[in-house]
Design a protein around this ligand. Sequence first.
Ligand code: DAH
Length: 339
Amino acid sequence: MEERLRDTAEKAKAALEGATNLEELEEVRGVFLGRSGLLRDIQQGIRDLTADMRPRVGQLINQTRAELEVILERRRTELKQLKVHEREEEDQIDISLPGRSGYVAGRHPLLATLNDMLEIFLGLGYTIAQGPEVESYHYGFEALNYPADHPAMDEQMTFYIADDVLLRSQTSTVQIRVMEAQEPPVRVVVPGRCFRRDTVDATHSHTFHQLEGLCVDEGITFADLKGTLLAFGRAMFGEDTQVRFRPDFFPFTEPSAEFAVTCFVCSGDGCRICKGSGWIELGGAGMVDPNVLAGVGYDTERYTGFAFGVGIERFAMNRYGIPDMRLLYSGDMRMLRQF
Ligand code: DAH
């Protein structure tokens, strides 16, 4: 019996040491130390022993049980730790993976174009002025010398909020606000959002941007206008750039012109960007109509001025090769990340 006990104890130790996880250990415990386990089995054999042997064997069994329980406890702790380690390993961050790089914002092509334009005029001594996008009919048209019902308003068809309140269709409205607020000399550029009832397509948008310029002082002539826009064109597109003026009509300038620069892609030879003409139209310009100057209380005998307005969208599209105006407002990061 003692031998059987020793043999069982050996097996139990080996099995306890050999258990590779907590579940296995629990099984081993059941087999040897459980209520109907092998040790209990041996213990029950005590009844068959002689009275003088019983205490010794009983003690031996208890001692073996105690020893095995110590081993069981130790293995339990070891296997628990192993489990924690394994989980930690599973949870571990794999630092060999490259991190996701954050997107550093770039400038929107419209803003980049506008900023470059502003930079040039700031260098020429202009300051930046701004005005409201929601305007009264007075600032929107009347003060700009549009007679009531004049057909020139047709090409400025805008959104009316009330009979007398509208979204500005051009930044020219701010000319009036600037002149009302100060005496000459005036040299301002006005960047801003404008609105027209255009049907949206690849080259039209109901919302778009302009850069307006206004210069009023004593002795300002059309030559100053040409010189200023030539300087602008050359700073923007390079020293070889030429400027072209062709007669046009705007109610707030007299004479009025549309102006163009030699194509910055083909330098005037004709290409896809300038549609073969060699010129890229930038906007309208002219000498401020004396009616407008008088309207803001300027002395028209003393002061003359010129004004111009440049569209930002078409220009940005040409510059960056953007084929569809709608892309500029789409917020599509696949497009915007390229800039
Ligand atoms: N506001 C005009 C337009 O949107 C452009 C323009 C023409 C602006 C002549 C001016 C100017 O300041 O003098 O078509």
